[in-house]
Design a protein. Structure first.
Length: 186
C-alpha cells in the first residue's frame, strides 16, 4: 500500500505553519491557533482520502465513505480528547511547533489507517498484514509485528500487552506517536 501521507505534505504543512509563530518560536495569537486547526483539518481529510484511495486501487473498487464516518474518524477522542482539544491545550501551554507537527503526523497516520481499514472491510478484504517501515526509529514492538497476517477483523498484539486492529490505533502514546506502519490487505 502507498504511504498514507507523503512526507511532502508534512513538510509543506510545516512551511505553512511558520507564519503563525513569532521570532521566538511562540504562536502569535488565538486566531493563529484557529488557522492551524483549519490547516490540520485539511491535512486530515487528505490523509483519509489517501487511505480510501490506496485500498480502492488495490481492490479495483470505488468504496466511498459516508460523511458521518469521516467525521467520527477525524474527531475520535483518544484518552478523552480529540486532536482539536490537544491543539487547544498545546496553545494554552505555549507549546512548540515540534509539538504541533507531532500531533499532525500522529493523527494523520491514525486517520489514514482507519480509512484504509474501513475501506478494506467494505471492499471485501479477508486478511491484513502489518508492514513496519523498518527505520532506525521503528519500535521493537512494531518490528516484531512486521509481516504478521491476521483475519481482517483480528487484532495485532504487542508483547508489551496492547492490542490494535491497525497501526495508529493502540490508544497508547508510546505505540502511536510517530508510528509510520501500515497494513497490506488481501
Amino acid at each position: 500500500m502507498a504511504t498514507i501521507l507523503p512526507i511532502d505534505e508534512l513538510n509543506a504543512l510545516e512551511q505553512r505553519l511558520k507564519v503563525h509563530f513569532d521570532a521566538d518560536g511562540h504562536i502569535k495569537s488565538r486566531k493563529d491557533c484557529e488557522d492551524i486547526i483549519d490547516e490540520l483539518f485539511d491535512l486530515f481529510l487528505l490523509a483519509y482520502a489517501n487511505g480510501v484511495e490506496g485500498v480502492n486501487q488495490t481492490f479495483s473498487t470505488r468504496v466511498e465513505p459516508s460523511t458521518q464516518r469521516i467525521q467520527e474518524t477525524v474527531y475520535k477522542p483518544i484518552d478523552g480528547a480529540t486532536w482539536r482539544d490537544r491543539v487547544l491545550a498545546w496553545y494554552a501551554s505555549n507549546g512548540t511547533m515540534a509539538d504541533i507537527l507531532r500531533i499532525a503526523e500522529t493523527e494523520a497516520h491514525r486517520i489514514g489507517n482507519t480509512a484504509a481499514y474501513d475501506t478494506a472491510v467494505r471492499a471485501g478484504a479477508t486478511t491484513k498484514t502489518w508492514v513496519c517501515m523498518m527505520l532506525p526509529t521503528s519500535r521493537d514492538t512494531h518490528i516484531y509485528l512486521d509481516g504478521t497476517t491476521v483475519p481482517i477483523d483480528g487484532y495485532f498484539y504487542s508483547y508489551k500487552g496492547g492490542k490494535t486492529q491497525f497501526p495508529g490505533e493502540w490508544g497508547i502514546a508510546d505505540e502511536d506517536c510517530n508510528c509510520l506502519c501500515e497494513l497490506e490487505f488481501k
